[in-house]
Design a protein around this ligand. Structure first.
Ligand SMILES: [Zn+2]
Ligand SMILES: [Zn+2]
Length: 310
């Protein structure tokens, strides 16, 4: 079937947006690039741009944004940019930087590398960690309980990458990046490139990038399969933005998912997503309390019965 011009253009949008991000951080006006708010602006801008593209060329009507999804996504986007970011700095980044100084680890060689090589190294380091963290989450119950809420989402869109239990959001943001001396703009470029890829990989946009892109980078086809209702498929395609890692480590699976969700595909509320890892504990406590209450009532009945018959 002949592809329309619109489809052809949309298929090239993910690589085009990566090129734009790289061009901005490499050659953008200094006043903008060095501005302390630059990165705080570019990250949500990528999500907003792709959310708008969803309105121009939608992939599935069933994934269409609505009020409830919008406010849930907004809540998690703000939570990630504030609380989770702060916790990651305080509990992981700062101690790691302190350890680097204390141990006298010198990584000036990173700063000497060509700018683009620094971007690529940062992406690889981040993705390598995220791949194994994600795979661990699917293979060990305590970690799975934090990641399951992300799989309970019943529709995909550009903002859905940020939706998940707060513990998961913290765990997935951990990295060894603080041990290396990167050029600031190279780091921001790396984060934004990964942002573009991961945002498109969750987006409800009819865009299927060329094979030279999807060989290396995660697309909506790869990631929708990871979110599908088929259990075995959810245990493949772990790469957040580097699907190449799945190809290397033998977890790559070809295909695409349309129906997304976990178990009975019941949508979880923010409260349920937050309490999810503790739910088995809460349930056990409730059962014990109910059992002790009925036990108490039975004991009271046992005592009252002889009195009544007497
Ligand atoms: Zn997963
Ligand atoms: Zn996802």
């Amino acid at each position: 079937m002949q592809k329309s011009i619109k489809d052809r253009v949309f298929n090239l949008l993910p690589p085009a947006m990566i090129a734009m991000v790289l061009a901005f951080w490499a050659f953008g006006p200094k006043a903008l690039v060095d501005h302390p708010w630059a990165f705080t602006i570019t990250s949500p801008l990528i999500v907003i741009a792709v959310l708008l593209l969803e309105r121009v060329s939608e992939r599935h009507a069933g994934w269409r944004m609505n009020r409830q999804e919008f406010f849930t996504d907004l809540y998690y986007s703000v939570l990630s940019a504030t609380v989770i970011f702060w916790l990651t700095q305080k509990l992981a980044e700062d101690p790691l930087k302190a350890a680097k100084v204390a141990l006298g680890i010198k990584t000036d060689w990173v700063m000497q590398m060509p700018w683009l090589a620094q971007v690529m190294l940062a992406i690889f380091l981040l993705e390598f960690g995220q791949y194994w963290m994600h795979r661990l989450m699917h293979n060990w119950t305590p970690f799975w309980l934090t990641h399951a809420p992300h799989h309970h989402i019943t529709q995909l869109n550009a903002a859905k990458g940020a939706v998940g239990n707060p513990i998961e959001l913290f765990l997935i943001s951990l990295s060894v990046l603080a041990l290396f001396d990167f050029n600031d703009t190279a780091l921001f470029a790396a984060f934004n490139v990964m942002g573009v890829i991961a945002v498109f990989a969750h987006a409800n946009v009819r865009s299927d990038p060329p094979i030279w892109y999807s060989f290396f980078f995660t697309t909506i086809r790869h990631h929708s399969l990871h979110h599908s209702t088929d259990y075995l498929s959810t245990r493949c395609n772990y790469g957040n933005s580097l699907i190449l890692l799945d190809r290397i480590f033998g977890t790559y699976k070809e295909g695409e998912g349309v129906l997304v969700g976990q178990d009975d595909r019941r949508r979880l509320s923010i409260r349920e997503q937050t309490l999810f890892p503790f739910q088995p504990m809460i349930d056990r406590y409730k059962t014990r309390r109910a059992a002790s209450r009925t036990g108490g009532e039975l004991a009271a009945n046992d005592q009252s019965e002889p009195a009544a018959t007497a």
